[in-house]
Design a protein around this ligand. Structure first.
Ligand code: 5GP
Ligand code: MG
Ligand code: MG
Length: 180
């Protein structure tokens, strides 16, 4: 599997350092607020589980799965709910945890949905941000790293459901997706 990677962007150590750094900031932000931390399945689960261990306040966790129609590497405009939250968000402080923001459509959809459901506040933390991919206006409140407009995998991020279990984030060799 590791032979399929052309270049490592963020090592296991980089990612560990970054989650500690973000966790400190979020501890200050959410002290005393009992936030609901919402992970976007499946990509954000690795980041989410590492991040919440670094947030030293009471919090609750929930997950949501949404899909945007389209092919493996380019998202389309439409977003649909695959799995909804178990929690009522009305009056709650929400922190959405994402793996990467590309077009911004997934998060734009979720932020609108949670506001419609009368969340008290909605903030976003994303491990990666690909600003060049943006199709709609969307900025995260907390960003781990900016990445170039290339397709990345690992640490939760997949290509055709593979590579999520890589312990680092990297760029696939082009022949891997040209094979299909
Ligand atoms: P958006 O709605 O912002 O275009 O899409 C965000 C979702 O698309 C991410 O949560 C992720 O699942 C997927 N995505 C966007 N860019 C990449 C990428 O470079 N690599 C992988 N593996 N997934 C990506
Ligand atoms: Mg995602
Ligand atoms: Mg994917």
């Amino acid at each position: 599997m590791q032979n399929d990677i052309e270049r490592v962007l963020f090592s296991r150590e980089d990612l560990a350092e970054k989650t500690v750094e973000l966790g400190k900031i979020l501890t200050e932000e959410y002290e005393g607020k009992n936030p609901l931390v919402i992970g976007v399945l499946k990509g954000a689960t690795f980041f989410m589980s590492d991040l919440v261990k670094e947030i030293d306040t009471y919090l609750e966790m929930d997950f949501m799965d949404v899909s945007s129609y389209g092919n493996e590497m380019v998202s389309s405009g439409e977003v649909k709910i695959i799995k909804d939250l178990d929690t009522n968000v009305a009056g709650r402080d929400l922190l959405i945890v994402e793996d990467i923001i590309d077009s911004g459509r997934t998060l734009a959809y979720l932020v609108d949905l949670f506001k419609y459901r009368q969340a008290k506040s909605v903030k976003i933390v994303t491990l990666l941000d690909k600003p060049e991919g943006r199709a709609v206006k969307m900025e995260a409140d907390y960003v781990g790293y900016l990445v170039p407009n290339e397709f990345v995998v690992g640490y939760g991020l997949d290509y055709a459901e593979r590579y999520r279990n890589l312990p680092y984030i990297g760029i696939l060799k082009p022949e891997i997706y040209q094979e299909k």
